[in-house]
Ligand binder design. Structure first.
Ligand code: CMC
Length: 427
C-alpha cells in the first residue's frame, strides 16, 4: 500500500502522497500543498527539500556511500577513465568500446578554441582569479555557438556537450600561462584528456615536455572523484538557470560561479592557504582547532564538514590514500601533509567536531595532491570545475529531457506592510 503523509492545519486534515526512490529514500510530495491549504513550506538552505527526482547520482550521507548511475565511486576511481565516467553520467550507461572510441575521438578533436576567445581573454588583468576568467569565458562561448540559444534537438546539444568537455581544459590553462608570463599552448590532439591538459599547463616552447604517467593517473582519479555530487550548490544553480531554458553555456558558467565560493569548491584553495598559515605560525594545530570552535573568531576549519555526509566522505578517504601514494611516487615531501594529518587527528578526537559530525571532506587532501602535481593554489577550484563539468552537463540534460518547470521558489515576506510614498523633499 502506498504511504501518505497527513498534516493538520487549523484543525483540518490534509493528505499528501509519499514517494520512494530506488534506494528507499522517502519524500512527501507537497506539490499541491499551497493549492489545498494556502500554506507553503520554508526551508532555508534547502536542508530538507528535494528539488527534483534524479537518476544520476546516489549518495547516503549516513553510510558514506557515493555512486554514479549505480557504480561505486571506489570502483570507478580505481578502474575507469574520466571520459568513460563523463559518458556514464551524461548518457546513463558505461560506453561500449565503440561508443567510447567515438566519444573520446570527438572530445579529442574539438579541443581548439576560437581565436577570438583569446582576444576576450587577453583583456583580463594578469592577476585575475582563474575562476572568474573561466566563468566569463564559458559564458562567452555561447556567443560563438548561437545555435544553442534555442536548441533542444538532441544532436545539437550533443555537439555542445563535446565542445564544453573538449574546450574547458584548454581555456583553463590560459590563466596559468598568463600568470607565468608564458605563451599559451595549443592542445595536442594526439594526447589523452588528462595528458593534454598537463601538457597545455606545463609544456614550454623552449624544451620538450613528457607527461609523467603518475601525474596523469592521479589527475584522472581526482577528476572522477569530483565528477558529480547530486544537488549541491553549483549543480542546483546549473539546473535552476537551465530551467528558464537558458542555453547550456550560460547555465554551466553560472555553475562555475557558484562553485567558486569558499564554502563550496573554493574550499580546496582555502585549505592549503589555511595549512600554510598554520605552518607559518609554528605548526600549532590545536590553536586553530580552538579558533574553529570559537564562533566569535569567524574562522572555520576548511575542508571539514559537509551538508550531507555525517559519518565520512568516501571521496576524502580515497583522496587521503591517493595523496600518500602520489607524494611517495613523486618523491615529494610536503610539510603541510603532516599538518593536515595532525589537524584531522585532533579534530576527530574533539567533542565539538564529533558531536556535530564534522569530518574531512573532498577538499581537505585534494589540494595537497594538486600541489604535488605542480598545480598552483589559485587553480585548485578550476581543477574542481573541470572534474564537475560532466555532472553539471548530465544534470542540465536530465532537467531538460524531463521538461522540468522553471525553478521559482516562494518566500515568506517579512518587510514593511503597505505605506504611503513620501516625496524626496519631505524626507
Ligand atoms: N569548522 C567549524 N565549525 C563548523 C564547520 C567547520 N568547517 N562546519 C560546520 N561547523 C559547525 C557550524 O558552526 C554549526 O555549529 P552550531 O550547530 O554550533 O551552530 C554546525 O557545525 C553545523 O554547520 P552548518 O554550517 O549548519 O552546516 P551546513 O550543512 O550548513 O554546512 C558546510 C556545510 C560544508 C558549508 C560547512 O561544514 C563548512 O562551512 N565547511 C567548511 C567549508 C568546506 O570545507 N566546504 C567544502 C564542502 S565539500 C565540497 C563542496 O561542497 O564543494
Amino acid at each position: 500500500m502506498s504511504q501518505i503523509a497527513e498534516v493538520t492545519i487549523d484543525g483540518q486534515n490534509y493528505q499528501f502522497p509519499v514517494i520512494e526512490g530506488s534506494e528507499s529514500e522517502k519524500a512527501i510530495d507537497i506539490a499541491k500543498l499551497r493549492d489545498q491549504t494556502g500554506y507553503i513550506t520554508i526551508d532555508s538552505g534547502f536542508k530538507n527539500t528535494g528539488a527534483t527526482k534524479s537518476a544520476i547520482t546516489f549518495l547516503d550521507g549516513e553510510e558514506g556511500i557515493l555512486r554514479y548511475r549505480g557504480y561505486s565511486i571506489e570502483e570507478l576511481a580505481e578502474k575507469a577513465s574520466f571520459l568513460e565516467v563523463a559518458y556514464l553520467l551524461i548518457y546513463g550507461e558505461l560506453p561500449t568500446q565503440e561508443e567510447y572510441q567515438k566519444f573520446e575521438h570527438e572530445v579529442r578533436t574539438h579541443t581548439l578554441v576560437n581565436e577570438d576567445m583569446r582576444k576576450i581573454f587577453e583583456g583580463f588583468p594578469v592577476n585575475a582569479h582563474p575562476m572568474g576568467v573561466l566563468s566569463s569565458l564559458v559564458s562567452a562561448m555561447s556567443a560563438f555557438y548561437p545555435d544553442t540559444y534555442d536548441s533542444t534537438a538532441e544532436d545539437v546539444t550533443d555537439l555542445h556537450i563535446i565542445r564544453l568537455l573538449a574546450k574547458l581544459p584548454t581555456i583553463a590553462t590560459w590563466s596559468y600561462k598568463k600568470s607565468q608570463g608564458h605563451p599559451v599552448n595549443y592542445p595536442n590532439n594526439n594526447l589523452d584528456y588528462c595528458s593534454n591538459f598537463l601538457s597545455m599547463m606545463f609544456a614550454l616552447p623552449v624544451e620538450s615536455y613528457e607527461v609523467d604517467p603518475v601525474v596523469s593517473a592521479a589527475l584522472n582519479k581526482l577528476l572522477i572523484l569530483h565528477a558529480d555530487h547530486e544537488q549541491n550548490c553549483s549543480t542546483s544553480t546549473v539546473r535552476l538557470v537551465g530551467s528558464s531554458q537558458a542555453n547550456i553555456y550560460s547555465s554551466i558558467s553560472a555553475g562555475i560561479s557558484a562553485l567558486w565560493g569558499p564554502l563550496h569548491g573554493g574550499a580546496n584553495q582555502e585549505v592549503i592557504e589555511m595549512l600554510e598559515a598554520i605552518r607559518a605560525d609554528g605548526g600549532d594545530t590545536q590553536k586553530y582547532i580552538n579558533m574553529a570552535k570559537d564562533k566569535s573568531s569567524g574562522f572555520r576549519l576548511f575542508g571539514f564538514g559537509h551538508r550531507v555526509y555525517k559519518n565520512f566522505d568516501p571521496r576524502a578517504r580515497i583522496i587521503k590514500k591517493a595523496a600518500n601514494e602520489v607524494l611517495t611516487k613523486l618523491g615529494v615531501n610536503d610539510p603541510v601533509l603532516d599538518i593536515a594529518r595532525q589537524l584531522e587527528a585532533a579534530a576527530l578526537e574533539d567533542d565539538y567536531f564529533v558531536s556535530r559530525k564534522l569530518y574531512p571532506n573532498v577538499d581537505f587532501y585534494s589540494g595537497i595532491i594538486y600541489r604535488a602535481l605542480g598545480i598552483p593554489t589559485n587553480m585548485f577550484t578550476v581543477m574542481f570545475a573541470i572534474g564537475r563539468l560532466p555532472g553539471w552537463i548530465a544534470q542540465w540534460k536530465e532537467m531538460r529531457t524531463n521538461k522540468e518547470p522553471i525553478g521559482r521558489p516562494r518566500q515568506v515576506y517579512v518587510g514593511p506592510t503597505q505605506r504611503e510614498f513620501v516625496a524626496i523633499e519631505n524626507r
